[in-house]
Each structure stands twice: as structure tokens, then as C-alpha cells.
Design a protein around this ligand. Structure first.
Ligand code: GAR
Length: 197
């Protein structure tokens, strides 16, 4: 069994979609969800599906050790960011080399970087008059939205779009592709050995 940890800060619709996708998979499962917000919607969504979730403070994330301990406790092999709005500490990236991926709700390298998340991204895409947007799945490195791109899919931006309608279209792409891309990556990946194993 390969274990995924999802890190999420908000509503958690991608996290829920990923849990559902892997529910029947005998080789891969979402073992645990970590958040930086105790009241984020993601907790209820995944707990209802039997996946435990935990909240860590900004300080815990920065220190990394509490996070690494939790990931080791669940024998996590791979980390999936799904609307996670906090910086990933270098120690976590070092412990999970090429094992941390993120989804960004636009076609990177456009509309990425610090402060570009959720609705801010869709607002910027509309303000720039783009005719298409989409999703980017990429490895996470020390710089926001700059890791190697693994997958992109595009959708049109329509003349009467609002940030909400564009977000809905982009979310549909996320649900269709993110679990599938994670599954492909994990299928190729050897298990990760944690200290003491
Ligand atoms: C998703 O659209 C994801 O791409 C975006 O946050 C949303 C979370 O939605 N992530 C970023 O903007 C990261 N820079 P969800 O909580 O419903 O899954």
C-alpha cells in the first residue's frame, strides 16, 4: 500500500474528490489530511469518508518536525497539495524529494507566484483578458509555483465569465485530472522508507 497525505487549507473539494477516487484502490490510499486551519471545510469532507485530519499551526509547519512526525506515523509516501495556502518547509521537501505535488488553477508560468491562489488567480486571468485558462500540476520546490510542470489542461474563458464561473470550470478540470495524474506518479514510485523502519 502506498499512502498519500493531502495538505489543504480551505473547502477541500479536491481533497474529497481524491479520497473518493482512491477509495476502491487496493494499492494507493489517502491516509491522512493535514491543514493549517482548524475550521477549514476539508476536515468535515474527509472525516465523513473515514480519513483522519489534523490541524497544525503556522509555527509547526515552519518547524517541519511535527509535520514530518505525523507523515511518518501514517507511513506517507507522497504529499499532495490541494488548495494549501502556506509555504512548504525545505525540510519537508528534502524528506520527500519529487514526492510533493501541487495543483494551480491556471496555466503556469502565467498567473503564479506569491499571493496567486484561489479567486485571486481567476480575477487576474479575467483582468488580463485571457481567452483560456486551465490547471497546472507540478512538483513543489522552494519557490511558489515554479517546480517542474507535470501536466496541464486548458479550458476557455468566456466573455461573460465571473471569477466564480471560471473557478467552477477550472474545478471540473481539477477533479477530472488531479487524482489520475497522482495515481500515475505513484504507480511508478518506490515506497518511501521512514526513519526506524
Ligand atoms: C483549487 O482550485 C486549487 O487549484 C487552488 O485552490 C483551490 C482549492 O479548492 N490552489 C491554489 O490556488 C494554489 N496556489 P478546494 O479547497 O475546493 O479543493
Amino acid at each position: 500500500m502506498k499512502n498519500i497525505a493531502i495538505l489543504a487549507s480551505g473547502s477541500g473539494t479536491n481533497a474529497e474528490n481524491m479520497v473518493r477516487y482512491f477509495a476502491a484502490n487496493k494499492l494507493i490510499k489517502v491516509a491522512v489530511v493535514l491543514s493549517n486551519h482548524a475550521h477549514a471545510g476539508v476536515h468535515g469532507r474527509v472525516n465523513a469518508l473515514g480519513v483522519p485530519s489534523f490541524t497544525f499551526s503556522k509555527e509547526d509547519f515552519a518547524a517541519a518536525t511535527p509535520i514530518l512526525d505525523k507523515l511518518a506515523a501514517f507511513a506517507v509516501d507522497f504529499v499532495v497539495l490541494a488548495g494549501f495556502m502556506s509555504k512548504i518547509p525545505d525540510a519537508l521537501l528534502a524528506a520527500f524529494p519529487e514526492r510533493v505535488v501541487n495543483i494551480h488553477p491556471a496555466l503556469l508560468p502565467k498567473f503564479g507566484g506569491k499571493g496567486m491562489y484561489g479567486h485571486h488567480v481567476h480575477e487576474a486571468v479575467l483582468a488580463a483578458g485571457e481567452s483560456e485558462s486551465g490547471i497546472t500540476i507540478h512538483y513543489v520546490n522552494a519557490h511558489y509555483d515554479e517546480g517542474k510542470i507535470l501536466f496541464q489542461a486548458a479550458c476557455p474563458v468566456l466573455p461573460d465569465d465571473t471569477p466564480d464561473t471560471l473557478a467552477q470550470r477550472v474545478h471540473q478540470l481539477e477533479y477530472a485530472h488531479y487524482p489520475r495524474v497522482v495515481e500515475q506518479l505513484l504507480t511508478l514510485l518506490p515506497p518511501l522508507h521512514h526513519k526506524g523502519e
